[in-house]
Ligand binder design. Structure first.
Ligand code: ZN
Length: 140
């Protein structure tokens, strides 16, 4: 069985999925991940599906093992591999931070078109797989 790492962040199934944000109906602010209510006007937030495509606004390389997620603590520091971390501009609506996959530091550029993909996070002995998200360059 496949589960998302957090149903407040990801919605859908293996084929059709989206990132979820919180949208304030009063002041139009978006929050990712969502909050209980708007931090500006305290209005309850409505679920909002974020665009699945965006562009790289900025990026860096993560050279140390972060907390989990996106890294599974049990993998150990010996197996850690540096990875690219991007700030993704989603249609000028919101910028979010996400792991970048299938790209090298030599290939990344500002405004590179990227799309949302599912990323295996952890597998359990009982057969449950947990999935998180990343962005990858849009293949031509
Ligand atoms: Zn608000």
């Amino acid at each position: 069985m496949n589960k998302f790492i957090d149903n407040k962040i990801l919605s859908g199934d293996k084929n059709q999925f989206t990132l979820l944000a919180g949208h304030c109906q009063i002041c139009s602010r978006l929050y990712f991940p969502t909050l209980l209510n708007c931090s500006v006007c305290e209005t309850d937030l409505k679920e909002y599906k974020l665009p699945k495509k965006g562009t790289i606004w900025s990026w860096t390389t993560q050279h140390f093992q972060p907390k989990n997620p996106p890294y599974d603590d049990k993998q150990g520091i010996e197996s850690f591999q540096p990875f690219c971390l991007g700030i993704i501009d989603l249609n000028n609506e919101l910028r979010i931070t996400a792991k970048l996959i299938d790209v090298t530091t030599e290939d990344i550029y500002i405004n590179m078109p990227v799309e949302l993909v599912q990323l295996p996070f952890k597998s359990f002995r009982n057969g449950n797989d947990v999935t998180t998200f990343a962005f990858q360059p849009i293949k031509k």
